[in-house]
Design a protein around this ligand. Structure first.
Ligand SMILES: Nc1ncnc2c1ncn2[C@@H]1O[C@H](COP(=O)(O)OP(=O)(O)OP(=O)(O)O)[C@@H](O)[C@H]1O
Ligand SMILES: [Mg+2]
Length: 328
């Protein structure tokens, strides 16, 4: 397991998914920072409606870069972001296939063509994954242009439907270029030497339940599973003999004018301890069921919503990824 974790950044594609709000974007960004620190030319890819990553990863004081929607844009040394827009990716694909820009522009404006693609279920997913494959296969000389692609994927259920589209297409389209191209995308996705899915969860009832289903779904799709990441974990309270500390606090007068009255402080400690215990029991349950250890990222009170915050998450991630001195 240790080896698998150490080799995480040696893969070509990492797909981060998990329940809504569990920290997918945060983790994808932090993995990007870890890889870039190692000198790996990394693209963090997002598929959503809005581009959140340029602002999240731009160094303090720097303006978030804007791109053309096709080429990854550099945010800092070795680190790039790209939001894949399905329409833009389709236009690019058609241009590459038909090699006539003006014809493609006409086609994309044609109402009949738009209705046709509008009626094809899953084309957005397929074309986005196709773009991912294209990025993966780009070469400079005979080396890959991009060292690592990290995908901030949609939340669990949508993530699974995204990843299942190529298989569905291969089941229904028997021949032709669509089948050939989809076959290449599928080969990349199910090759665990190149692609791993990294599920992220909070240690709470619903996210844990969804993670279980997510992992089962990924297994059915034949995809390789990377480390399981438990995010925003309550740290252990570093108070020696907490019970003694609590009785000491209980013996203090509950002065109302103190900044932090002893009963308030005691209540905080008790709550944090309970929360920690509940989370750890969810962790053990999940690890037992899935038969794998979870990496823990602490809840960071300083926040994680800018580059400095992401750097802190990356520090925590590195401690976990490299625990035991295994080299990346
Ligand atoms: N370890 C952490 N400590 C403290 N805050 C965190 C941590 N991880 C994430 N957060 C915060 O939790 C919120 C949700 O995180 P994030 O946006 O990464 O989740 P998400 O899974 O991408 O959400 P969505 O499903 O909406 O895309 C953000 O405000 C983020 O800053
Ligand atoms: Mg997100």
């Amino acid at each position: 397991v240790k080896q698998e974790r150490a080799a995480l950044l040696d893969r070509r594609v990492l797909i981060v998914t998990g329940k809504g709000g569990t920290g997918k974007t945060t983790l994808a960004a932090a993995l990007g920072v870890c890889a870039a620190r190692r000198g790996i030319r990394t693209v963090v890819v997002e598929l959503g409606e809005e581009a959140a990553l340029p602002a999240l990863l731009a160094p303090a004081g720097a303006r978030p870069p804007k791109g053309d929607g096709r080429t990854p844009v550099r945010v800092s040394e070795h680190l790039y972001t790209l939001r894949i827009d399905p329409e833009e990716a389709l236009t690019e694909y058609l241009e590459l296939e038909l090699r006539v820009r003006t014809l493609v522009a006409l086609l994309m404006r044609n109402q009949g063509f738009r209705r046709l693609i509008g009626a094809a279920p899953g084309w957005r997913e397929l074309i986005s994954l196709g773009k991912l494959w294209h990025l993966e296969s780009r070469k400079t000389g005979n080396r890959p242009l991009w060292g690592l692609l990290i995908v901030d994927a949609p939340a669990s259920g949508h993530g699974i439907s995204l990843l299942s589209v190529p298989g569905v297409v291969l089941d229904t389209v028997r021949m032709g270029p669509l089948r050939r191209h989809t076959g290449r995308v599928q080969e990349l996705l199910v090759d665990s030497a190149r692609t791993l899915v990294v599920p992220v969860t909070l240690l709470e009832e619903l996210p844990v339940r969804e993670t279980r289903e997510l992992v089962r779904g990924l297994g059915e799709l034949g995809m390789g599973l990377g480390p399981l990441v438990a995010n925003a974990v309550e740290p252990e309270i570093e108070v020696p003999r907490l019970d003694d500390a609590l009785s000491l606090l209980a013996a203090q007068p509950a002065t109302a004018d103190a900044m932090l009255a002893p009963p308030t402080l005691a209540a905080c400690l008790v709550r944090a301890r309970r929360r920690r215990a509940a989370q750890q029991s969810f962790r053990r349950e999940l690890e037992g069921e899935l038969d794998r250890r979870a990496i823990e990222l602490p809840f960071l009170t300083e926040g994680t919503s800018d580059r400095a915050g992401i750097e802190r998450v990356a520090d925590a991630l590195e401690r976990e990824l490299l625990a035991g001195g295994a080299a990346a």
